[in-house]
Design a binder for this molecule. Structure first.
Ligand code: ATP
Length: 305
């Protein structure tokens, strides 16, 4: 067996080109190309059935593509132990052996993850209040999710995928997950891909956003660029209409004589112009932006405020 090419800081964590996955006549992933830069937290977002889980399954070598290429740290992932030992895929539908208890999961984790930090896992078990010696099939939905979250964090895998990792987790536990992810990521930088419908909750964690819909990539952008790419203009309808005239309008709302219109990118001088016209400018949340930019009203994305 030839030696693995040493991953370098410029080797993409993931490189996908022309990727297609069909289930019979249904195309779940449709000619997708994307690059996941190492050392960042990426959001993989999209409506139900958009193709997020399928894409993650292909990248992590758990399923075969119909067409196209996938490279993880420069190598093909399928049946490739060198790649797989650098991966952690936390999914909502994780199955465990019949009689397993959380303590068995934690004991077996070091076999799969060479960076496993048992002490950190213990700390997380306390913080998430996970009962270690109860059969997994008897755990609550949130406790089951806590196992995945703990494994995902304590594995410190160079490439970690969290696919809707927190079904059933209460607000305190979700916040704990975000806090620990951010802290641990700063101390042990790695590549994280987080798939979620709770966009506003994770907005501050994300450095890059990938939006998928009907198997195609709709958006693949730096989160900061995205955050500053639109503004909502609020004020008397006539003044707002005059201001947004000939601009790229993403969304309109309003009541009575008041209008609230979201427009793409405003320059500094346009902002001053709006202020001079007595209009208010409000930032657009990442969630709203994705909803507006994808031009979809029912996104399947939950409001959490
Ligand atoms: N084994 C399969 N056989 C047939 N169709 C499948 C199979 N796996 C997934 N699909 C279909 O592929 C599409 C993408 O599914 P996927 O699970 O990737 O979506 P998702 O974006 O993760 O959705 P959600 O947010 O609801 O979890 C869906 O329409 C799904 O029904």
């Amino acid at each position: 067996m030839s030696a693995a090419p040493a991953p370098t800081s410029i080797t993409p964590a993931v490189q996908v080109s022309g990727l297609t996955k069909r289930f019979g006549s249904f195309t779940a992933i449709d000619d997708v190309s994307l690059t996941i830069t190492p050392g960042r937290i990426h959001g993989l977002l999209g409506r139900n059935g958009a193709g997020k889980t399928t894409l993650m399954q292909l990248i992590t070598g758990q399923d075969f593509a119909t067409q196209g290429d996938i490279h993880v740290f420069g190598e093909k992932p399928t049946e490739n132990a060198r790649v797989l030992q650098n991966l952690c895929f936390i999914k909502e539908s994780q199955r465990y052996p019949e009689d397993f208890q959380p303590k068995h999961v934690l004991r077996s984790a070091p076999w799969f993850f060479e960076n496993w930090d048992a002490e950190y896992a213990e700390q997380l078990v306390d913080e998430f209040r996970l009962p270690l010696t109860r059969r997994i099939k008897k755990l609550s939905r949130g406790q089951l999710s806590a196992i995945g979250v703990i494994v995902g964090l304590a594995s410190r895998a160079p490439l970690t995928f969290f696919d809707e990792p927190y079904l059933g987790l209460d607000a305190v536990a979700r916040q704990l997950f975000y806090d620990r992810l951010l802290e641990d990521f700063s101390e042990h930088p790695r590549t994280v891909v987080l798939s979620t419908h709770l966009i506003d909750e994770v907005a501050n964690l994300l450095e890059h956003v990938i939006v998928i819909d009907q198997g195609r990539i709709l958006m693949d952008e730096d989160a900061e660029t995205l955050r500053t790419s639109a503004t909502t203009v609020v004020g008397p309808r006539e003044a707002v209409d005059e201001f947004v005239h000939a601009r790229d309008v993403l969304h309109r709302d309003g009541i009575g004589g008041l209008a609230s219109v979201t427009v793409a990118g405003l320059s500094a001088s346009e902002r001053s112009q709006a202020a001079a016209a007595g209009l208010e400018l409000a930032p657009v949340s990442l969630q709203q932006l994705i909803v507006r930019r994808t031009d979809v009203r029912d996104t399947g994305i939950e409001q959490t405020a």
